[in-house]
Design a protein around this ligand. Structure first.
Ligand SMILES: NC(=O)CC[C@H](N)C(=O)O
Length: 394
């Protein structure tokens, strides 16, 4: 194939050594080196500031429809393994990295990140000025974009620009239905760190039904480690079926996409569940769906929160905790109805981070107390949920 620009606007040769291009919806092109699967991946381009835990991040189902820019420059150093996954099939579309991926140096490494990306059909690129890209996202909001990985260095830029510009916004998209489990199943695995003596490990005493909108495994492990027998049900399960499990508590999971787009099925179910008086705990998408069920509204944030160092204040104790976060939508404070209290607030941008219903054992947080990756400060929330359950036992 020719290395000079095609006359008809077809494929052109990128700069020397470039085997990948990131094309943003506004036509910006960033060149790099392709890793993982060959081909194209489109999505909303977001950034995550965590310094570790790239495999957990890449497998968090809440990243469906998104391409993740890692601001930490060295990603892949410890390879990948079969344990640090939050779901078996990654829902993220691809990744954008600063440095080239080096040989893994870790006793747990089973595969290089490069091979792992390829084995999951994920397109990635290295050699990108991720600081420039992150500033672009921070200043102008998370853009849609396409990563194209072409080992021959040929790119049809006009076509890529047109596809990036036409890529649909996450606003209005229900992605929870794509990542939820197909069938009801029991979850029994506990957190290994807790099981090894670093925290609470109780025998299952309470039955919790977890509604799976795209649940991370470490949330289910955290519930199991706090004495809960967990039954996981698909996102579309109705309130009668959930109550027929005779739950002591109900958990609303994290998940991808626009919470408002679950308004046809999840929101009315959660409204019914709140009426039953059963203790309810929601995380991230679960928090947003709970807010919608209570009558509040949600909105799409410009850049969202993704990382492992977000300070949040718990107004019920006055304590500040450092939290793990991954969300691009938020609950609108002005829309909170009477009787719904803001319990937690972000100390980065003052947005709502937690809610509770006055007089009911119902609460939620916008961030990720299970971490994975991230600090363990917020584990107390699982204990708070179990305390609500205990308080209702005869
Ligand atoms: N981690 C999550 O549950 C994310 C919730 C939602 N999809 C958001 O982006 O805000």
């Amino acid at each position: 194939m020719t290395s000079s620009p095609a006359q008809d606007g077809g494929p052109v040769q990128g700069p020397a050594g470039a085997t990948a291009a990131l094309v943003l919806a506004d036509g910006t092109v960033l060149w790099g080196r392709g890793v993982g699967a060959v081909g194209e991946a489109g999505g909303e381009v977001v950034f995550n500031t965590g310094m570790s835990g790239y495999q957990e991040v890449m497998t968090d189902p809440s990243y469906a429809g998104q391409i993740i820019t890692f601001t930490f420059p060295h990603i892949g150093n410890v390879g990948t393994n079969t344990e640090d996954v939050e779901a078996t099939t990654p829902a993220a579309r691809g990744c954008i990295l600063r440095a080239d991926i080096t040989e893994p140096s870790n006793w747990r490494a089973a595969q290089t990140l490069t091979a792992w990306l390829a084995s999951h059909g994920l397109v990635g690129m290295t050699g990108v000025d991720t600081r420039r890209l992150t500033r672009r996202i921070r200043d102008a909001g998370a853009p849609n974009g396409i990563i194209a990985h072409a080992p021959d260095g040929l790119f049809d830029l006009d076509a890529l620009k047109a596809r990036a510009a036409a890529w649909p916004s996450l606003k209005g998209q229900d992605l929870a239905k794509d990542v939820t489990c197909a069938q009801t199943y029991p979850w029994t695995e506990t957190r290994w760190s807790l099981a090894h003596g670093y925290g609470v490990l109780e025998q299952p005493r309470f039955h919790v039904v977890a509604i799976d909108y795209g649940a991370k495994r470490n949330i289910l492990r955290s519930l199991a480690s706090h004495g809960c027998r967990v039954t996981v049900v698909p996102a579309g399960t109705d309130a009668e079926t959930i109550m027929a499990h005779r739950p002591d508590g109900i958990f609303l999971s994290n998940g991808p996409g626009d919470p408002a787009a679950t308004g046809t099925y999840a929101v009315p179910v959660v409204r019914r569940l709140v009426e039953t008086g059963t203790p309810i705990f929601g995380i991230c998408l679960g928090h947003q769906i709970l807010a919608l069920a209570l009558g509040a509204t949600t909105y799409k944030m410009d850049t969202g929160h993704r990382g492992a160092n977000h300070p949040v204040k718990d107004h019920t104790t006055g304590k500040v905790e450092i939290t793990s976060q991954n969300h691009g939508f938020g609950v609108d404070r002005a829309s909170l109805p009477a009787g719904v209290v803001e319990t937690h607030t972000s100390l980065f941008d003052g947005t709502v981070e937690g809610l509770a219903v006055e007089g009911k054992p119902v609460f939620s947080v916008q961030y990720h107390p299970e971490a994975s990756p991230g600090p363990q400060d917020s584990q107390y929330l699982f204990a708070r949920f179990v305390d609500h359950i205990k308080a209702r036992q005869p």
